[in-house]
Every structure is written in structure tokens, then in C-alpha cells.
Design a protein around this ligand. Structure first.
Ligand code: ASP
Length: 325
């Protein structure tokens, strides 16, 4: 056998080794991108927009799998333990950094159980009430919620969801306590708000902007420090008197620890191509999602971001005294 033939046989064997992303073959089948919340919601919309665009570069389908429960921690735990073969990835938001503070027992460690692919987009949140909520302006809303307290219901997507985080900070800052109602994502939480079954919801523009513009909900402001381009007339919650209030939702893409570098590199490269795709850019603008700068579109861009975020939210969560076992 010639050396050349031996070399190509070795490459072939490597490429087809079970459970391994061979350099030649990857990706040789569809790739699963796990979303920790319900289909149709904010995280899902970002995942599906990117997944569809990435298929063009990868030459394989990106299958979106919604793994629901426990404020996103179930999905993260599932991906942490999935085969590190380059065919399972996770998209998650700030929940990756808040869960260690919120859960006494967490089935995974965000700092040691994953490979990091990239950050993706930053999204503002919006504070909403059901359409017939009896307050027209932010000051009226604040006076009303203070008077009503736990007679009011606040929907969220579970302990670890950004809707829960935003709601928790709101209650702490205003000095009220609502009755909270958890859902498995803010798509069902939004349905409950639209149907008038709950009073309040804090959620990303990626889902809410359509309902704000259609007048389906009462809208009191954005959760970012700065006003938002897409909703220029809306005050920030801080402007309305909630001192220091800020929640900006960031997203990262992860893979199980030990996933081959070739898979991380190719999935990451397809993601970076998608983030430059004019159709993706336009869709993200319509949703109020800011594509992160290129320096954050890297494994290091996510890795170096995560630890300070865990520290920042951990301190806030401890001061609010919210945990689950
Ligand atoms: N917006 C949700 C959250 O509160 C998650 C979702 O349904 O995408 O974390």
C-alpha cells in the first residue's frame, strides 16, 4: 500500500469514527441546537433565525430542540451531559450566569462543563401589563402596583429566566411583592397576558415589540440604561424613578465539554457568517436585537464574559434572597 493511500485511509477512518466529529466529514448529519424555553418565545426566535441561516454554510440542517423546565437549567444540564461529538449545542441567555446564584443544587457548572462558541445578540427587555390594566403612564403604574402588591400577578419563565430576574429586580427596587406565576417560556406567559389571565410581564423586545406596536398590551418602559432605537419614545425604567435598574439580555452558544475543536470552529464560523447575513441583520433589527461586536463572536468573547456575570448576578440574587433547591 502506498503511503498516500494509507494516509487517506487513516483520514477516512478518523472522519467516520463513531461519536467523533472528523475533520473531513463534519458536519455529516443534522446538528441540534437546544433552546431552554418554549417555541415561539424570545430565545427560540433568535435560535431559529440563526439556525436557518447557518444551514447554508454548514450544508446540514440545524434542528431546534426546545427542552423546557426549571427556568432553563434543565436544558443546560442536558447539554452538559450530551455526547461531546459536535452535534449538540445550546443557546442560552443570562440564565447561564444567574442559575449558580439561584439554585443551591445545580446539575452542571457553567464554568467547567462546557465549551464556548460565541456570544450572539444583546436584547433589551420591556415592562408590560395586560391591555386593560388600570394605569396609563409609568407613574400611575408604579402607584397602582405599590397599592395592590401581591393582589397582582407577574408571569415569568421560571427561576433562572430573565423575565424572573427582571421581575425580581423590579419588586426589590419598587418595594412590592407580587404573586408570581411561572411558565415554561415567555411565549405561554405572553399568551396569558394577552388573555388577561395575568397582570404583568417583563420580557424581551424579540417577542414584545409586535404586541407593543399593535397595542395589545400596556407598555411602561425599557429595562436598559439607554433608550432603545426601536421604541424611541419609551422611557427607561430608571428614568421613571427605578434607580440603577438595568437588565440587558445577552446570549451565548455552548457545547458539551470535550466537543472537538473542529466542530466548535465550524459551528462558530457558520454563526459568524449568519451574523453578517443581510436578512439576519434586518430581522434582528426588527426584533430590537443588537448583534454583538466581532470581538465577542468568539469562544474567548463568551468565556471571559461569563465569570464576571456570574459574580455580578450572584451578589444581586443573594441580596434579594431568592433561591431554589
Ligand atoms: N424570555 C424568556 C425568559 O424570560 C425565555 C424565553 O421564553 O425565551 O428567560
Amino acid at each position: 500500500m502506498t503511503t498516500r493511500r494509507l494516509a487517506s485511509l487513516t483520514l477516512l477512518a478518523l472522519a467516520t469514527l463513531p461519536g467523533m466529529a472528523g475533520a473531513q466529514a463534519y458536519p455529516s448529519k443534522s446538528i441540534t441546537l437546544v433552546v431552554p424555553f418554549a417555541a415561539g418565545g424570545p430565545t427560540d426566535v433568535v435560535a431559529r433565525t440563526l439556525g436557518a441561516a447557518m444551514q447554508k454554510t454548514l450544508g446540514q440542517t440545524v434542528v431546534i430542540e426546545n427542552k423546557l423546565g426549571a427556568g432553563g437549567t434543565l436544558a443546560a444540564g442536558y447539554v452538559a451531559k450530551a455526547a461531546p461529538d459536535g452535534y449538540t449545542f445550546l443557546i442560552h441567555h443570562n440564565g447561564m450566569a444567574t442559575a449558580p446564584g439561584l439554585y443551591r443544587k445545580l446539575a452542571y457548572n457553567p464554568l467547567t462543563d462546557f465549551e464556548y462558541v460565541s456570544q450572539v445578540v444583546d436584547v433589551p427587555m420591556t415592562f408590560l401589563a395586560r391591555k386593560d390594566f388600570p394605569a396609563a403612564t409609568p407613574p400611575e403604574m408604579l402607584a397602582y402596583v405599590k397599592a395592590q402588591g401581591n393582589k397582582l400577578t407577574l408571569a415569568h419563565a421560571g427561576l433562572g429566566a430573565v423575565s424572573q430576574l427582571c421581575g425580581m429586580l423590579f419588586q426589590k427596587t419598587v418595594g412590592v411583592e407580587f404573586t408570581t406565576v411561572p411558565y415554561q417560556g415567555t411565549a405561554p406567559a405572553m399568551n396569558a397576558l394577552l388573555g388577561g389571565q395575568v397582570d404583568l410581564l417583563c420580557d424581551q423586545t424579540t417577542q414584545t415589540v409586535q404586541h407593543i406596536k399593535a397595542g395589545n398590551v400596556k407598555f411602561y418602559g425599557v429595562t436598559t440604561r439607554e433608550r432603545v432605537k426601536l421604541l424611541p419614545d419609551a422611557p427607561t425604567l430608571e428614568e421613571s424613578g427605578l434607580k440603577g435598574f438595568e437588565v440587558k439580555v445577552w446570549h451565548g452558544i455552548y457545547a458539551p465539554k470535550g466537543t472537538p475543536t473542529v466542530a466548535i470552529d465550524r459551528f462558530g464560523a457558520a454563526l459568524r457568517t449568519a451574523l453578517k447575513d443581510p436578512a439576519v441583520m434586518q430581522r434582528m433589527t426588527e426584533l430590537g436585537a443588537d448583534i454583538v461586536p466581532e470581538s465577542k463572536q468568539t469562544p474567548e468573547g463568551l468565556r471571559s464574559w461569563l465569570k464576571p456575570e456570574i459574580d455580578k448576578w450572584g451578589a444581586l440574587i443573594r441580596s434579594a434572597g431568592q433561591y431554589a433547591d
